[in-house]
Design a protein around this ligand. Structure first.
Ligand code: ATR
Length: 287
């Protein structure tokens, strides 16, 4: 029987998720339908779309801009949240909490939220062969994208984490808030500083700011060095990566993170394991 999936967003027409999930389904021989679902940008419409989808037999949904926080609030009040969704403060993957349904909850009451974005980044970095265990990591940015990767990075066994942001107080507040939410993060010493003051040697520097959308460049210090530089953006020229490539670092854009987070959602929904490197190769041959 065909299993139904959607990605909900606004705008949504350019989402690559259907092509990615169809590639996964081909790889494991699963019978799925994965559609883009436009939704008006208000909470009530989002809830109506999600309820109609799951009550109609849908198996899983991805959530993208601007609904990740709305999805978080929806699941917090219904079927619950994974630890990754709680620390990210955002949900990108919806499913039904079957344990709650078994206890008598309705489908609408059992809508559960996970967040696979951060683990998708960690899995992609691992697949590149960049060691995360004991790594000294600098993360630039303190918005939603940065927030979502902090717990998965700490869980991957990094040594130190420095969070740099244009507005330093946002980085400091983020560290405090996450330490209050997660004992794993509280046990890790996390420094924060201004992006322009980020200096010295790191193993990995990750750009989690949205600067790539604006065409501006980050004020990077001449004494900032790393072996590996990762930009969570993809599909455009990224001055951040050019800066470190010119200093002999290995660099990567974030397309593999997109595939990685999708693979984790697919695995969560269907129980199939995806060979991400193989799927990435097939997808890049098509684009
Ligand atoms: P996202 O969900 O993509 O993380 P966000 O929550 O709006 O988006 O966060 C954007 C991040 O990019 C922030 O860390 C922001 O820095 P500030 O907190 O100082 O605003 C950073 N950012 C965006 N444009 C930037 C720019 N031109 N220079 C430096 N940092 C920038």
């Amino acid at each position: 029987m065909t299993q139904h999936f959607i990605v909900i967003g606004n705008p949504i027409a350019h989402s690559k998720s259907p092509a990615i999930h169809e590639q996964f389904a081909r790889q494991v021989g699963a019978d799925i339908s994965y559609q883009r679902q436009y939704c008006p940008a208000d909470d009530a419409s989002f809830i109506a779309v999600v309820e109609a989808f799951f009550c109609g037999g849908g198996v899983g949904a991805n959530v993208t801009v601007p609904f990740k926080q709305t999805a978080y609030d929806c699941c917090a009040a219904r079927g619950g949240l994974s630890d990754h969704a709680k620390t990210a403060g955002a949900v990108n993957t919806l499913l039904i909490n079957k344990a709650l349904v078994a206890k008598g909850a309705s489908i609408a009451e059992a809508i559960y939220g996970d967040n696979t974005d951060g683990q998708g980044l960690v899995n992609h970095i691992a697949s590149l062969g960049w060691p995360l265990a004991d790594a000294r990591v600098a993360l630039i940015g303190a918005g939603g994208a940065a927030r979502g990767v902090i717990l998965p990075l700490v869980e991957a066994g990094i040594d130190t984490l420095t969070i740099a942001n244009r507005t330093v107080s946002k980085a400091t507040d983020l560290v405090k808030e996450l330490s209050d939410t997660s004992p794993v993060i509280a046990a890790k010493k996390i420094e924060s500083c201004a992006t322009s003051e980020l200096s010295g040697a790191f193993d990995i520097v990750i750009n989690a700011t949205s600067i790539g959308l604006s065409g501006d460049t980050l004020p990077l210090d001449n004494n900032l060095n790393c072996q590996y530089a990762y930009d969570m953006m993809y599909g455009r020229a990224l001055p951040f990566l050019q800066h470190f490539a010119a200093r002999d670092a290995q660099v990567s854009e974030g397309y593999g993170m997109l595939i990685g987070q999708a693979a984790l959602s697919f695995e969560r929904w269907t129980g199939h394991t995806i060979d991400v490197a193989k799927a990435t190769e097939s997808l890049s041959q098509k684009s």
